[in-house]
Design a protein around this ligand. Structure first.
Ligand code: UDP
Length: 322
């Protein structure tokens, strides 16, 4: 099976590209390298430096003949999306529209889209099911929700078979492929930067949430578990159907629990200082993954310890020697 991975030079896309190669798929990566890294594209995958905003170039890539597309290429910073929503709409929505056009023209009829649990916004109930109200609180989530609707209609009108996967906090690594952001805002990489001596302490954003230890609870999922879900969804896609699956670890972890696990894994004391809440952070975000478990037999296999240990091995491997 020949698969195109858009955004395959990024964190999640590069891991999934490697998993596809390991599973015997023929893989082509399309990425404009705006935030991705050329050296993250696995050996064995062909690489096309192309932007989805370039319809002609995208069409030329799709003309190579593909059985399916895994679509990760997107702008994905919540804060930036609120400052420059137009960038997010153009890049994410227009880029995906071009991709759908090119796939239709070339008869490529399977798609797995990397959506987000940010499509739900502030949840009325946790764990969050797929039938929860979608009311995104930021432009990033709004663009992904708009794309989900676009994909649904493409399936209805033109027989595409598609899945949208929605998840929260992705962590961990697959060997040399892990999280490498220019400006880090995510909890696990920041905590590991403290352990590496690159920061003095981690700020705990909010200690007065209505949770057992007062800190915010999130659903963390290992990037390898996430990748497996993408492969299963690709194989299961059916013409004319758009399915939506939430993915989670089955349990949430508080900020303090994450810091404690990182202390265990790294053996570093990781000083933490209490800080005020971060604007826009809900107290608890946990996904209900029953649907994908029932329909595709998917379940998260990795623990929080696995995620932190793999992210730690990756972070240390990127330290200059000596
Ligand atoms: N967080 C924190 N300190 C940090 C970064 C994050 O306390 O330096 C908290 C954040 O407020 C949230 C959780 O850790 O409750 C996960 O945040 P992250 O940015 O990793 O992911 P998000 O849930 O926002 O997608």
């Amino acid at each position: 099976m020949k698969v195109l991975v858009t955004g395959g030079a990024g964190y999640i896309g590069s891991v999934v590209a490697q998993q596809l190669l390991d599973g015997g798929y023929d893989v082509v990566v399309l990425d404009d390298l705006s935030t991705g890294h050329r050296d993250a594209v696995p050996e064995g995958a062909a690489f096309e430096e192309v932007s989805l905003l370039d319809l002609d170039a995208t069409g030329r890539v799709l003309a190579g003949g593909f059985d399916g597309v895994l679509h990760f290429a997107a702008k994905s910073l919540v804060g930036e999306s609120m400052e420059r929503p137009e960038l997010y709409y153009r890049n994410n929505v227009c880029g995906t529209l071009n991709l759908l056009d090119a796939m239709r023209s070339q008869g490529c009829r399977r798609l797995v889209f990397s959506s987000t649990a940010a499509t739900y916004g502030e949840p009325a109930q946790v764990p969050i099911r797929e039938d929860a109200v979608t009311s995104p609180t930021n432009a990033y989530g709004a663009t992904k929700l708009a794309i989900d609707a676009m994909i649904s209609f493409e399936c209805l009108a033109h027989g595409l078979g598609a899945a949208s996967l929605r998840y929260f906090n992705v962590a961990g690594a697959l060997g040399p492929r892990g999280e490498r952001h220019a400006v880090e805002t995510h909890l696990i990489p920041i905590v590991l930067q403290v352990a590496l001596g690159q920061r003095d302490a981690v700020a705990v954003f909010g200690t007065d949430y209505p949770t057992p230890d007062g800190t915010a609870v999130r659903d963390y999922i290992h990037v390898q578990d996430l990748g497996r879900a993408h492969l299963l969804a690709l194989e299961a896609s059916r013409a004319g159907k758009h399915v939506i699956y939430n993915l989670g670890n089955g349990a949430g972890f508080s900020v303090r629990e994450v810091v404690d696990v990182a202390r265990e894994v790294t053996g570093h004391p990781i000083p933490a200082r209490d800080a005020g809440r971060r604007a826009g952070d809900p107290s608890v975000l946990v996904a209900a993954s029953d649907r994908i478990q029932q329909e595709l037999g998917w379940q998260a296999e990795k623990t929080l310890q696995d995620m932190v240990a793999d992210a730690w091995a990756f972070a240390r491997s990127r330290q200059p020697a000596g």
